[in-house]
Structure formats: C-alpha cells, structure tokens
Design a protein around this ligand. Structure first.
Ligand SMILES: C[S@@+](CC[C@H](N)C(=O)[O-])C[C@H]1O[C@@H](n2cnc3c(N)ncnc32)[C@H](O)[C@@H]1O
Length: 189
C-alpha cells in the first residue's frame, strides 16, 4: 500500500513566481545554499548561481553549515518520507513541518521558508523562538497558492541576530498569475 507521502510526493511544488520571490530574498553574500526537501525541484532550478545541496532524503543529510537555507518543506507528517527518519525525529501532524524548520535554523544564519500560517499564529512560544532568532519579514501568500490545497501560507524570512521590526508584506496578488476578481463588497446578497 502506498504511504500518504507517496500519494502526495510530487504535489505542492512552489509556484514559479513565488519561488522566484523566495530566491530574491537570499542575501547577496550567500554561496552555499541548502534546499532540504526539493521534490520535483522547482526551487532548485532557480538556484543555478549557487553551490546547492538538495538531498533526496532530508533525514540522511549530514548536519553542517550553509550560508542560506531555502525551503518549502512537507507541512505535516503524512506528507513526509520518514523511511530513514530516526524515531526521535518523527513528530505527529504539523509538528513534523515545524521540526524541519527548527532543525534547519540550527544549520544556518539565514532561512527563507514557505510555511503554513499556523507556524506564526497558533503558538506564542514558536513565534517567540522565531523572533529571538531574528524575524526579518513575513510575506502573506494567496490562499490559492497551491492547486490542491487551500492552505493559508506565509514566507518567513529569518536572519540570525536581526533585532529590528519585522516587515509585513503581501505577495503581489495582482501579478501572481492566479485568477483574481473584484469582490462585490456591497452586494445585497
Ligand atoms: C511542499 S512540497 C515542496 C517541494 C519543493 N521544496 C518546492 O519548493 O517546490 C514538499 C516536498 O518535500 C518532499 N519530501 C518529503 N519528505 C522528504 C524527505 N524525507 N526528504 C526530502 N524530501 C522530502 C516531498 O516529496 C515534497 O516534494
């Protein structure tokens, strides 16, 4: 029987314009870049000018330092290939996605991560940890970012030691390539 991960393995790729935006956030001085869970490799294809590591299995990756880590990890356990994951690194539900983010934060000083909005909204402790690391910006993405899931997502830009205010941005919805119609705010219906 197929695992949930096998069913979804090629889905949820980052839309190209969102991926381009994420790549534009990589600090200028970065040379080595990790994409920890590449799937079909939408992000990787845009990283040609960097020395990129994109492992087939994140859990077989040796812990080391990268200038930047750019990621759109599986958001939950059911979308994660845990074939080679040691028990202590397997977390239930969405905790799996958060864990990949926090593990990656230990291997770099710069993280650009596409994550579910819950990452910042449903735990003050988690938000505090991100802020403590250095939360440079948050970019709200359209609800229709993924073809198969209406999940509210956000790009989290982390720079270790960043202490100034976090900027809040909204992804360029009008030029996102996604369908957009004016809402009828004052309709009687
Ligand atoms: C939300 S998708 C994003 C794919 C890609 N990072 C992108 O940005 O387009 C998450 C990806 O993680 C992959 N994945 C799941 N478990 C993994 C693992 N243990 N190692 C590497 N990749 C994994 C899935 O196959 C899926 O393609």
């Amino acid at each position: 029987m197929k695992t949930e991960h096998e069913n979804f393995k090629n889905d949820f790729q980052t839309p190209i314009n969102v991926a381009r935006y994420m790549v534009s956030l990589i600090p200028n001085e970065s040379r080595t870049v990790l994409e920890p869970t590449p799937g079909l490799g939408t992000l990787v294809k845009l990283l040609k000018e960097y020395n990129v590591t994109a492992p087939e299995d994140y859990f077989l990756l040796e812990k080391q330092r990268w200038d930047t880590i750019i990621m759109n990890p599986p958001f939950a356990l059911k979308y994660t290939n845990i074939e080679n994951a040691p028990l202590e690194r397997i977390n239930k539900g969405m905790k799996m996605g958060y864990q990949i983010l926090f593990e990656c934060m230990q291997m770099t000083d710069n993280v650009i991560a596409l994550m579910p909005w819950f990452t910042i909204s449903d735990s003050d402790i988690r938000l505090k940890s991100l802020k403590k690391y250095g939360l440079k910006s948050l970019t709200a993405l359209p609800r229709k970012t993924f073809q198969y899931a209406r999940v509210q997502t956000v790009i989290i830009e982390l720079v270790r030691g960043y202490k100034k205010d976090t900027s809040f941005k909204v992804f360029d919805l009008l030029n996102s390539g996604l369908e957009y119609t004016e809402p009828e705010l004052f309709s009687n219906h």
